[in-house]
Design a protein around this ligand. Structure first.
Ligand SMILES: Nc1ncnc2c1ncn2[C@@H]1O[C@H](COP(=O)(O)OP(=O)(O)OP(=O)(O)O)[C@@H](O)[C@H]1O
Length: 667
């Protein structure tokens, strides 16, 4: 545990001076900055909310997680607030930058073993803490391991982290496809039985290889190849000719992590006891060996960016199509992905064996098959039956529904949707200009405020606060949760979260290949720039509706034969969806009950201690943990209530559609 600083970080952009850019991600840039009142150098992640499309949910999750964590190996947020159309997250400045950047600048062939052992031990400590608190990081990689000037290591980037308590059921399968392909565990790709903490152990093993070689296995291949190779090949290992320099214990550590059957992978806690970590040194060793003599982070970042720009210019022709654009981001090490799992699988299935690389072939002597390769996927299993053209499939944007799903659930005014989550001023919300960050140190310009008549039905209007602001203890529990407030929370979540529905729906719809939406909708111009995130599709966001509560937008069939054909193929699908929704609704009600019971238990135990945790600041670690649990349960209740609402809405919409289709068929 880390001692939480008593400092109060200001919640206004005017109290910070933004200096040079030191990093960038999918929709954020990170700057070194000065916190003027505290005279302290910090890092500020500036997230452009307008670029985030429908991933506000992810942003909120990331900041909440960063606010609540309390471990010396995890990058926490001091505070967060909105400035114009951006969200600013203030955090400790990690002057060394990420391990990926350090390798790119000075260690292109990877680090020496004692460095790797030291870094990995610190990362493991972070994972032990995260897993013990129910979180899966889901994006462990060198790019997310940051070092400060003393060599202290912190795991960062909780943008795609998941909370195992989200659903109120640890066993519940997840069917969200997130992470970055090279580091992604096979079970995450497959989505057969869901996944758990062990997905992080796989990524940890891949990260070990990345630190050893300077790049992750398969990093030079396009994502669909990575997918196929991860699923079909024996797991990557340290058994190659070039790996002779590494110790047996390192090879063993990697092999124990990279077992395809997640059950056979050790927990983070167990792994921490592995004898490989005898090679680990104190963090000051990192300062001496890998940070010493490095240029300032901003300069390194600028140089790397220039190099990448050159490379991209050289390969401009190659990056013309959208799939290759994603590949470009992939090369840059950004976890921004824009794929449909089914597309990926079908593309992967098209890859001939002859295409398979041999560059990473292990020594024949040492080559071994993963005996627990029970997840091995035959190529035919990966193919789809929808008969779409290869060209279509290879186009990252071929699936209009992906664009539409982004658009449909994207709040028209992201700031309103975030109201209550961060410190969002009315001025911010009303300011409709796309960019109002003063680039001279990020002062806000609220001069052009105005209220949009486009205010969405799902906008949050109450200026309540939730996790926002300073993380000083007296701010932790600034919100008393009463039944009334729980209602509020439920409404809040129900209006702003956008979730995805069952994967089955997407598959079914893909199979039927039905153009359910007006493809002249705004969706066609919105580029989804989330992480590599193929969530199961949300029927309401797949063209059945333009907004969660808006009118149904169905393109009418143009000719009678078409109409009959379409109706005939739509009807069974819609019926099936209705059935599914019914089942999901039951499941959700069960989960809400479970979450509420657990919440009740927590409240009782807190009341027994005669302390109102929601008003008093947390004093002990135990209190913090309890608070964390309460928060997680609140999140679960909120999201489940929202899911229920959405399913209800969908039912209504689908019923309407079904009726109108049936009428048309009868006519
Ligand atoms: N506190 C910090 N101090 C110094 N550099 C940082 C800090 N936080 C992030 N960075 C740098 O900025 C980069 C982008 O940050 P971050 O990973 O949080 O953004 P992101 O949008 O989540 O990116 P991605 O999803 O591509 O990993 C990091 O890879 C790192 O190099």
């Amino acid at each position: 545990m880390e001692t939480i600083s008593e400092k109060r970080y200001p919640l206004s952009a005017k109290d910070y001076k933004l200096y040079e850019e030191v990093g960038e991600g999918v929709s954020a840039s990170v700057h070194r900055a000065l916190c003027v009142p505290l005279n302290e150098i910090v890092a500020i992640k500036v997230l452009d909310l307008e670029k985030c499309n429908n991933d506000l949910d992810g942003i909120r999750r990331e900041v909440q997680t960063m606010n609540l964590i309390n471990h010396s190996n995890l990058l926490r947020a001091y505070c967060s607030f909105t400035a114009g159309h951006s969200l600013w997250v203030v955090m400790p400045y990690m002057a060394g930058g990420s391990c990926l950047h350090i390798m790119k600048s000075s260690f292109p062939e990877g680090f020496e073993e004692p460095v790797i052992a030291t870094v990995l031990r610190e990362v493991l400590k972070a994972l032990v803490y995260l897993h013990a608190h129910g979180h899966i990081h889901r994006d462990v990689k060198a790019g997310n391991i940051l070092l400060d000037s003393n060599g202290a290591v912190k795991l960062a980037d909780f943008g795609v982290s998941a909370c195992m308590f989200d659903s109120g059921d640890r066993q519940r399968s997840r069917n969200t496809f997130v992470g970055t392909p090279c580091w992604m565990a096979p079970e995450v790709m497959q989505q057969l039985h869901g996944y758990d903490f062990k997905a992080d152990i796989w990524s940890f093993g891949i990260t070990a290889l990345e630190l050893a070689h300077g790049h992750a296995p398969f990093s030079k291949y396009p994502p669909m190849k990575v997918l196929l190779m991860t699923l079909q090949n024996a797991p990557p290992s340290l058994n190659y000719e070039r790996d002779k320099r590494f110790s047996k214990s390192f090879k063993e550590l990697v092999a124990t992590c990279l077992v395809k059957d997640p059950k056979k992978r050790p927990s983070a806690e167990k792994l921490l006891k592995h004898h490989f970590f005898k090679h680990a040194r104190g963090i000051e060793y990192l300062g001496r060996t890998i940070l010493d003599g490095l240029a300032p982070l901003g300069d390194r970042f600028r140089m790397l960016k220039a190099k990448e720009a050159d490379l991209l210019m050289q390969n401009k022709a190659v990056y013309e199509d959208m799939e290759q654009l994603s590949q470009k981001e992939y090369i840059r090490g950004i976890s921004a992905w824009n794929f449909n799992l089914e597309d990926l699988k079908s593309q992967a299935a098209l890859i001939q064996d002859a295409d398979m690389p041999n560059a990473e072939e292990p020594d024949t002597n040492e080559k071994k098959k993963d005996i627990s390769n029970d997840l091995k996927a035959p190529a035919e299993e990966l193919s789809t039956s929808d008969g779409a053209s290869t060209q279509d499939k290879e186009d990252g944007f071929n699936n209009l529904q992906d664009l539409e799903s982004s658009l449909a659930s994207f709040p028209i005014k992201p700031l309103q949707a975030l109201k209550g989550c961060f410190d969002v001023c009315d001025d911010d919300v009303n300011n409709t200009s796309p960019r109002d960050l003063d680039h001279n140190y990020g002062r806000t310009d609220n001069g052009n405020s105005g209220t949009s008549s486009l205010s969405p039905q799902n906008a949050i209007t109450q200026p309540k606060k939730f996790w926002s602001g300073s993380l000083q203890p007296d701010n932790f529990f600034h919100k008393k949760i009463t039944d009334g407030d729980r209602d509020y929370l439920q409404t809040k979540y129900s209006s702003e979260r956008n979730h995805s529905g069952p994967l089955l729906y997407r598959q079914r719809r893909d199979v039927n290949n039905l153009p359910l939406v007006d493809d002249t909708s705004e969706g066609a111009i919105v580029q989804r720039k989330g992480r590599f995130k193929v969530t199961s599709a949300d029927p309401s966001s797949m063209g059945l509706s333009n907004n969660s509560s808006g009118p149904v937008a169905v393109t009418p069939p143009t000719s009678p034969p078409n109409q009959n054909f379409m109706s005939a193929s739509i009807l069974p699908s819609l019926q099936c969806i209705l059935q599914q929704n019914g089942l999901q609704r039951e499941e959700i009600i069960k989960l809400i009950k479970y979450a509420e019971q657990s919440y009740g238990k927590n409240t009782e135990s807190i009341e027994a201690g005669a302390v109102d945790p929601l008003q008093a600041p947390p004093v002990t670690n135990r209190e913090r943990e309890l608070y964390l649990q309460v928060v997680q349960l609140q999140q679960s209740i909120g999201s489940l209530a929202e899911e229920l609402q959405r399913q209800k809405m969908k039912n209504v919409q689908l019923e309407r559609q079904l009726n109108s289709m049936a009428n048309k068929v009868e006519k």
